[in-house]
Design a protein around this ligand. Structure first.
Ligand SMILES: [Cu+2]
Length: 102
């Protein structure tokens, strides 16, 4: 019985994983800070008519989306707890703080 309950719980947890959409528009990320959970996904969509990028060096969630063309979306999986800064290598003023709450 315990095993069945645990299985149900894990299935429910994955069903509740959220996807947060962040636009890259007017040389900004559409939000300055987001709160997410491990297992959530973040979709970065370039809504500008020129290339953007998104990356972080934070060791638990390291990623680099490379060059994103206009209208291109790329998805990142939140892998670890903590707090990190996402930047655009092309536009150093672009910043998104990500707080992983659990
Ligand atoms: Cu950019």
């Amino acid at each position: 019985m315990k095993k069945i309950l645990l299985g149900t719980f894990l299935l429910s947890a994955s069903l509740f994983a959220a996807n947060i959409v962040i636009d890259q528009k007017n040389n900004k990320f559409s939000q300055a800070e987001i709160r997410v959970k491990v297992g959530d996904t973040i979709t970065f969509t370039n809504s500008d008519p020129f290339a953007h990028n998104a990356y972080t060096d934070e060791e638990n969630n390291e990623f680099d989306l490379g060059s994103q063309k206009p209208n291109e979306s790329k998805v990142v999986h939140v892998l670890g707890k903590g707090k990190f800064l996402v930047e655009c290598v092309i536009h150093p003023d672009m910043a998104l703080n990500v707080v992983v709450v659990e």
